[in-house]
Design a protein around this ligand. Structure first.
Ligand code: GLA
Length: 731
């Protein structure tokens, strides 16, 4: 294969120049410390490293030597004489009979590897392990980096072929031995992303694969494995995330000796990666996190990791502008006069960025035409976009634009001129998605043309934001007869990187029919994820809760939709819609002209409130509160001296009167003043004895009382929400 560039990675992981090397590391092992955690890897007999300890920071004598001294495992009858090692790169050549981390062949000749560590270097929480096998003709470098602040481990492998062409079928980015077997995977579909599913891996494998060329709605690349019955605040859990926006495989496997391994890597299609002599394949990063205190403890590590490492701190101290998105107001029906009026209404309710969604470009009368021609439609915009942009800018808002650069319709000038610029297998009809084809971005002339179009659009207009959409799954992802999802994914990254480099001030949103492309590698180069196409707050409460395990609220696109949801037809109050969107990157996506003046006033109030809170909401700690009623979704976002708490009833209450909501995450030794926000106006919705809820009066109570006795809850109908602002009292 043509040597494909590896995924581009943040400077954070660039290897330090002065590296401390210790010769004895190859024979014994090494330890990584960071984020209050220690990991000890042993390299017995100079083989691939084996995780011997992952737990709280080790001190004193609990070192590599101690762990090496106790590293032993019984061998059962009817197994190989030496049992089997479960290393970070388990492979068949050393007698491993589970799913190996490496599968490859040379024109049908099986590659039996016996990798030996030729060099192990560790420094500053990072380790590089070079594993070589001269007979098999491969070299493998394993990179392990433990983030010093958060204790998030990042692992990847790079395989170099030293011999005749080598077909790679599978290379895991790492194999985690798990002490536990209860797995949380994520299912979903359009409009219902991030649906957690729990199962235990009792025997065999629990595997999620994705073959759609984006992270997918149905199998996003996240897996959690933990103690039986783990919850938000209890149980040891490990989160595993493959940072890759193409196809992937993640699984937990119960080995025949009872152990459990978790692997993640890119799903490679037959013949997709064939390495010539000297060529290399590098896996995406696999990010793994441990928490001793349930899922909230995972977010406590992952959110700062995303903020500092994945985003490189670029969203910090920068307010996330409140959006107006035109999609659910006008769809393809663009009338500049109506859009100008909507922009005025948007500005009047406090919107800061006006995003012109799909429908603005040449020939885009509906979703069967126009993709590929990124210039304004002359019929809809006879004078181009400049007038609308000037109007929006004049109202004090930034202007954003929807694009879908990876796609083209047959009915476009682009494909009329270059019908062969698409991915596909010759002689085969491919099923279309939304009537569109996927452009073959692995061809430089295609990428260059799309880049040139985007570049001239951005150079000619005052545009601060792109909503970068991707609405078709990849099928027939073939370029010049070869499977191309891997190269296409890298080409998408390269295209986005190129646009960013040319227009560094333009923010980009990752969207794929809602949350179909949500991962840490796309987030390195984008600033927001469109969580879901559903703006129904009942659906959103559940989606956002699961999404928030891995992503902090400031990258979570959350919009106030119309009263009757366009995706579910369910009606919701403005309060429910607004308070659901408020903690995220807030926006509005509804026909503002169709709202009553009262509704717009309430919306303006909610946006104003969001603006006063966002600085700390978007830097705070997300605590997903637990409540005995599964229909009540409790959330707290906690900063040092204040907190936002909401309780949304998303199904009819399970009990006649609700249990109090116990507030985890507040400092317990301090007093907190609790103020209901928008207290319920229906008197019967409150309990007689909770006058403060009925009257909206503040109360001051200790964090301990709030954690253990909890906040009394009013009776809420399905679709109602109550929220509170808490401030910590001075001592
Ligand atoms: C996708 C997106 C929507 C919207 C439409 C426009 O479905 O997820 O938000 O932008 O495309 O066609």
């Amino acid at each position: 294969m043509t040597a494909a560039p590896g995924p581009s990675h943040a400077a954070h992981f660039v290897q330090p120049t002065a590296r401390r090397e210790r010769a004895d590391l190859t024979g014994l092992g090494f330890r990584l410390d960071g984020g209050g955690e220690s990991l000890v890897f042993l390299t017995p007999g100079g083989g691939a490293p084996e995780l011997a300890y992952w737990g709280p920071r080790l001190t004193g004598d609990d070192t590599v030597d101690t762990l090496a001294a106790i590293a032993d495992r019984a061998v059962a009858p009817s197994q190989l004489d030496a049992g089997q090692r479960l290393s970070w790169m388990p492979h068949a050549g050393e007698g491993f009979s589970g799913w190996p981390a490496l599968m490859a062949h040379r024109n049908g000749e099986l590659l039996i590897t016996q990798l030996r560590a030729s060099r192990v270097a560790a420094d500053n929480g990072e380790a590089w392990i070079d594993l070589t096998d001269a007979l098999a003709g491969v070299e493998l470098r394993l990179t392990l980096a433990l983030d010093a602040d958060t204790g998030v481990l990042s692992s990847r492998a790079r395989l170099v072929n030293l011999g005749a062409p080598l077909t790679l079928d599978w290379l895991a980015a790492g194999a985690l031995p798990s002490p536990h077997a209860e797995v949380m995977l994520f299912d979903g579909r359009w409009g219902r992303e991030f649906a957690p599913v729990r199962q235990s891996v009792l025997t065999g494998m629990l595997m999620k694969e994705n073959r759609t060329g984006r992270t997918s709605h149905h199998a996003p690349p996240f897996l959690i494995i933990g103690e039986a019955g783990f919850g938000e605040a209890h149980g040891e859990v490990f989160a595993v995330h493959l940072a890759w926006s193409g196809d992937h495989r993640l699984f937990a496997e119960r080995l025949r000796d009872g152990r459990v391994q978790v692997q993640g890597g890119e799903l490679l299609h037959p013949g997709e990666v064939i390495l010539a002599r000297g060529e290399a394949y590098e896996t995406p990063w696999l990010h793994i996190t441990r928490s001793a205190t349930g899922l909230t403890g995972l977010s406590d590590r992952l959110h700062p990791f995303v903020r500092d490492t994945i985003l490189g701190g670029r969203l910090k101290a920068r307010p996330r502008l409140v959006h107006y998105n035109t999609w659910e107001a006008v769809y393809f029906d663009h009338d500049p006069a109506r859009l100008r009026a909507l922009a005025e209404l948007a500005a009047s309710v406090g919107v800061e960025r006006f995003v012109l969604d799909d429908g603005w470009f040449a020939g885009r009368a509906n979703d069967r035409a126009g993709l590929g021609d990124w210039r304004p439609d002359r019929v809809k915009y006879p004078a181009g976009l400049a007038l609308l942009i000037a109007h929006v800018r004049g109202l004090g808002m930034e202007f954003g634009l929807w694009v879908e650069p990876e796609m083209a319709n047959a009915d476009s000038d682009l494909l009329r001129a270059h019908p062969d610029w698409i991915l596909g297998a010759s002689g085969r009809d491919q099923p279309l998605g939304r009537g569109q084809y996927v452009l073959d971005l692995t061809r430089s002339e295609v990428s260059d043309t799309i880049f040139a179009q985007l570049h001239s659009l951005l150079a000619a207009h005052d545009i601060g934001y792109l909503k970068w959409d991707m609405n078709r799954e990849l099928t027939h992802a073939v370029s010049a007869g070869r499977a191309a999802t891997h190269r296409q994914t890298l080409s998408v990254y390269a295209l986005i990187d190129r646009v960013r480099a040319a227009h560094p001030r333009v923010e980009i949103e990752s969207c794929a029919s809602g949350g179909g492309r949500a991962d840490y590698e796309i987030l390195r180069r984008t600033d927001r994820i469109w969580t879901s196409d559903t703006n129904d707050p009942i659906e959103r409460q559940a989606i956002q809760r699961a999404f928030s395990i891995f992503f902090p609220p400031e990258v979570m696109g959350a919009h106030v939709g119309p009263r009757a949801s366009h995706t579910t037809a369910r009606a919701a109050s403005l309060r429910m819609r607004a308070l659901t969107a408020l903690p995220g990157h807030m926006g509005v996506e509804a026909d503002l002209a169709a709202m009553s003046a009262d509704e717009r006033a309430a919306l303006a109030e909610a946006i104003a409130l969001h603006k006063t809170l966002r600085a700390w909401l978007h830097a705070g700690r997300t605590v997903r509160l637990e409540h005995p009623d599964p229909g009540m979704v409790g959330l707290a976002v906690v900063a040092e001296d204040r907190a936002f708490v909401s309780a949304a009833q998303i199904a009819t209450p399970a009990t006649a009167t609700p249990a109090p909501l116990r507030l985890a995450g507040l400092s317990r030794d301090r007093d907190w003043t609790v103020r209901p926000l928008h207290p319920p106006r229906r008197p019967r919705a409150t309990l007689a004895q909770t006058g403060f809820l009925a009257l909206g009066e503040p109360v001051t109570v200790s964090g301990r009382v709030l954690a253990h006795a909890g906040l009394p809850m009013p009776i809420l109908h399905a679709g109602e929400i109550i929220a509170f602002l808490l401030t910590r009292e001075a001592k």
